[in-house]
Ligand binder design. Structure first.
Ligand SMILES: NC(=O)c1ccc[n+]([C@@H]2O[C@H](COP(=O)([O-])OP(=O)(O)OC[C@H]3O[C@@H](n4cnc5c(N)ncnc54)[C@H](O)[C@@H]3O)[C@@H](O)[C@H]2O)c1
Length: 248
């Protein structure tokens, strides 16, 4: 039996990077996938890749900042596959700026996607999962645990996601819902968010004791564990996958 055979996973930010790798990895393990993103062209190619490999996936347009689009994205998933029992909040942006120079517009731009988007994702996941249970996976970061001087709003949002996760996990337990909520804290991962400047990638690799940068599939494999029933005793917890970055 495949590890996610009974799962239907709705993944935000699934057109690219960690979200796309997780969608593909989950589908390999038997999950049906609702690919959610604002980038329809890239989403369509992820859907096709999954279908070509014999898996099942559908695209649902989702701007995570707009609560009404969360409702319609879940409707797309439920009408196609019958239910949704895994939700992964991977959509994110990284707006640079230290606390002294950052404009309020940039602060809001960052938090509207990363934090408000995750709030809507968790809220609507609860609505859809509370009857039969399931798993919610939130993408935080090493920068939800330690600071980065030039990404004030990113750090603020990722720290907030870390503790939103715990609040939601406690609410689920207290309410008797079989919903688990956990956060993943990646180190630097080679995705479009980090870019492809070789000098910068080499500098970043040196920050990780393991000596290299992660790939999206390294985070997808942790998400796979959290999506599966193998992690049935894990909730409200932080899963660090960072090549030793935070061990220093
Ligand atoms: N790459 C890293 O080094 C790293 C490290 C730690 C945490 N993370 C987190 O992992 C998550 C995924 O990052 P990634 O590296 O795969 O980035 P990415 O840029 O490859 O993918 C992000 C995806 O989010 C989508 N997106 C952006 N705004 C959106 C919106 N308003 N609504 C819906 N979708 C939207 C983009 O279209 C894109 O497909 C993010 O939350 C990021 O902060 C990444």
């Amino acid at each position: 039996m495949k590890r996610l055979e009974t799962k239907v996973a709705l993944i935000s930010g699934a057109s690219s990077g960690i979200g796309a790798a997780s969608a593909i990895r989950f589908a390999q393990e038997g999950a049906k996938i609702v690919i959610c993103d604002i980038d329809e062209a890239k989403a369509t190619s992820v859907v096709q890749e999954i279908q070509t490999a014999g898996g099942e996936a559908i695209f649902a347009r989702l701007d995570v900042r707009d609560e009404s689009q969360w409702i319609s994205a879940f409707q797309v998933g439920v009408s196609k596959f019958g239910y949704v029992n895994v939700v992964m909040n991977s959509a994110g942006i990284a707006v640079p700026g230290n606390v002294e120079t950052m404009s309020f517009d940039d602060w809001n731009k960052e938090l509207s996607v990363n934090l408000n988007g995750s709030f809507f994702g968790v809220k609507h996941a609860f609505k859809n999962l509370k009857e039969k249970g399931g798993s919610i996976i939130n993408l935080s970061s090493i920068e939800g645990i330690v600071g980065h001087p030039e990404y004030a709003a990113y750090c603020a949002g990722k720290g907030a996601i870390r503790n939103l996760t715990k609040s939601a996990a406690l609410h689920a337990g207290r309410s008797g819902y079989r919903i688990r909520v956990n956060s993943i804290h990646p180190g630097y991962i080679m995705t479009p968010m980090v870019g492809n400047d070789p000098v910068e990638l080499e500098r970043l690799a040196k920050l990780h004791p393991i000596g290299f940068l992660g790939e999206a599939v390294d985070i997808a494999n942790m998400a796979l564990f959290l999506a599966s029933d193998e992690s049935r005793f894990a909730t409200g917890a932080e899963f660090v996958v960072d090549g030793g970055f935070l061990a220093q």
